[in-house]
Design a protein around this ligand. Sequence first.
Ligand SMILES: Cc1cc2nc3c(=O)[nH]c(=O)nc-3n(C[C@H](O)[C@H](O)[C@H](O)COP(=O)(O)OP(=O)(O)OC[C@H]3O[C@@H](n4cnc5c(N)ncnc54)[C@H](O)[C@@H]3O)c2cc1C
Length: 466
Amino acid sequence: MSYDLVVIGSGPGGYVCAIRAAQLGLKTAVVEKDKTFGGTCLNIGCIPSKALLHASELFEEAGHKFGKMGIRVGTPALDLPAMMKFKDEGVDGNVKGVAFLFKKNKIDSFQGIGRIVAPGKVEVKSAGGATETIETKNIVIATGSDVARLKGIEIDEKRIVSSTGALVLPSVPEKLLVVGAGVIGLELGSVWRRLGAQVHVVEFMDRILPGMDLEVARQFQRLLQKQGLSFQLSSKVTAIDASGNKLKASVEPAAGGAAETIEADVALIAIGRVPYTAALGLDAAGVKTDERGRVIVDAHFATSAPGIYAIGDVIAGPMLAHKAEDEGVAAAEIIAGRAGHVNYDVIPNVIYTFPEVASIGKSEEELKAAGIAYNVGKFPFTANGRAKVNLTTDGFVKILADAKTDRVLGVHIVGADAGTMIAEAAVAMELGASSEDIARTCHAHPTLTEAVREAAMAVEKWAISM
Ligand SMILES: Cc1cc2nc3c(=O)[nH]c(=O)nc-3n(C[C@H](O)[C@H](O)[C@H](O)COP(=O)(O)OP(=O)(O)OC[C@H]3O[C@@H](n4cnc5c(N)ncnc54)[C@H](O)[C@@H]3O)c2cc1C
């Protein structure tokens, strides 16, 4: 068998790359080691976590908000197995969708572990141990990432879990210890808090959501605390004793010092993810990795070996599904002789809690560090008519614009539907818009997006509604 392109891995990077390549006329195959397509995102990441976030949010609304709007349903009761089934059905529909798209685009698929034997040759080893070798002009490595582990703490996916185990807990833990206040820890911590767990978050840094705009992170932490999550910042979990009925976690100040013991029923280790390249045979193929194990690529996604490219979580950059997808499209276009490109300055980042947090472009801290003069426009949802009637007044929109040119450099939103609203900022920034462009664009009333417009007006101090 001989192909123009073989993609190893069928996550959002790999499957999108394969589809785009097939659209451009390349004879394409995908190698996937797992039973279903879709990678981390569809099977154990974005999709199942969003299903549980959605269901648990409605559960909470039914308990706390419905009454205020005149809807009497009594106290909602949790049927966790049914909620898990709902999540699994959502995953199933999505992974089948990828299989359908492969067929539709005439993409061949090989089930098994892919190994690059040499440039142009991929060996596939099936679960039964049989191997076959596929010949191809080009290879795209899209093998994604795996959970990062804490030294000395073994993840059993039952009581000490990664995000994968936290998506399938059989019952609501009384006490959940979340190690790491990043996106995954806060999303899954929110799910289990809504379903009844006491959630305590330990974070090494002196703030939550490292890398996000600090004002946004601080406001978000206050909102999560109001909902019942507790935080212990500048602290590290150094060991977890799982010998008794309760887990006993040793927690020390990040700078070192006396340890205290925190008891929990379940501990979620959410300290990040690491690139996954096991069994790929990178050394033999001449593909170089950096000090963090990421495949090194140039601006055209080419690795150090001829005809071998890499995209998604396995290379540098934010570990996000849409970043992987965009790189998949760009790599396929480059391989097909076109001009593929990803604009890394315009990649949104969303936390799907309630309220949501969404940001794009530079934070205030980044602009200060780069010595770029900027103006700030801010608008709170308490002053937005739709947020008021929806009872979703928590949060604000903040727009950062270049002081000289007024070009939008960053947009940060804490609020209901922030993840959807950030798309407006993405389009504006992709087109090089100024804050005045957003301010003078008619926005439908009454919508939450009017807060984005008002924040843009506020850059030049003419917000109307506050
Ligand atoms: C709990 C959780 C929630 C998340 N939520 C979001 C979110 O809401 N939004 C967002 O943008 N991102 C989210 N992410 C991150 C997102 O899932 C990843 O950024 C994305 O999946 C990366 O895509 P990828 O194609 O690079 O790799 P992956 O999706 O990891 O896919 C890699 C695929 O390669 C296969 N593979 C690996 N090695 C081989 C081999 N040798 N042979 C054959 N196959 C192989 C794997 O089995 C896997 O299917 C979340 C992640 C987690 C864990």
